[in-house]
Design a protein around this ligand. Structure first.
Ligand SMILES: O=C(O)CCC(=O)C(=O)O
Ligand SMILES: [Mn+2]
Length: 202
């Protein structure tokens, strides 16, 4: 059940899962309002990862927001869930209304400029369920989103515009990895929200 217009979407993956891009899910001025709202409302945090035994800051800011009863373990550490803000609530409502899918949590990422990035990974933790539906919305600077098939290493890529929605489903998280590469050309910030439906905590 979806009321999204197929004419306004394109499929990015050739097989083994689905990734549909809706380039103008939010019009430019609504997208700008959301960008401004999110910048000030979201409690942006610096997180760390362990790289070759050393604790290093992640190259981005992020925050985990979830319904009250949801817990999330990330790299073995339980992440503290923050509360929904007015912008996040409004965006969640629009996505659920248009896609027909419920979401109980969101990972918000702030890429300050092209030096910020996200390495190859899949959102395939058991808590996301066997065939997760992940709704990824982007505001601000355009960045390239890369896919790489786990077995064949085949690649696919898409530029995610201001106000766009990328809806990933089916086998997309099991068969493909994705990443946001560094880019010297990008000098302004981007916010990405990945809405998820988390089924259990561990
Ligand atoms: O910034 C993006 O578009 C990707 C974010 C992502 O993959 C994630 O939060 O799991
Ligand atoms: Mn991801």
């Amino acid at each position: 059940m979806t009321s999204l217009f197929p004419a306004d979407s394109s499929d990015i993956l050739p097989f083994d899962g689905r990734a549909q891009l809706f380039p103008q899910f939010f019009d430019t001025s609504t997208a700008q309002e959301h960008f401004n709202g999110l910048i000030s409302e979201v409690p942006w945090e610096e997180h760390h990862l362990i790289l070759f035994g050393k604790k290093v800051p992640e190259p981005r800011r992020s925050a985990w927001i979830a319904d009250n009863d949801i817990h999330y373990v990330y790299s073995g550490v339980e992440r503290v869930a923050h509360s929904w803000t007015p912008s996040l609530t409004s965006i969640r409502e629009a996505i659920t209304r248009e896609t027909g899918h419920p979401f109980n949590s969101v990972l918000a990422n702030l890429y300050r400029d092209g030096n910020d990035a996200m390495g190859w990974h899949s959102d395939d933790e058991p808590c996301n369920g066997p065939e997760p539906v992940i709704a990824s919305v982007s505001f601000g600077a355009e960045r390239r989103f890369d896919f790489r098939h786990r077995i064949s290493k085949e690649k696919a890529a898409v530029v995610l515009p201001h106000g766009s929605l990328l809806l990933m489903s089916g086998q997309s998280q099991h068969c493909w990895q994705h990443s946001i590469a560094r880019s010297k050309k990008v000098t302004s910030p981007r916010i990405n929200l990945t809405f998820r439906f988390v089924t259990s905590s561990t």
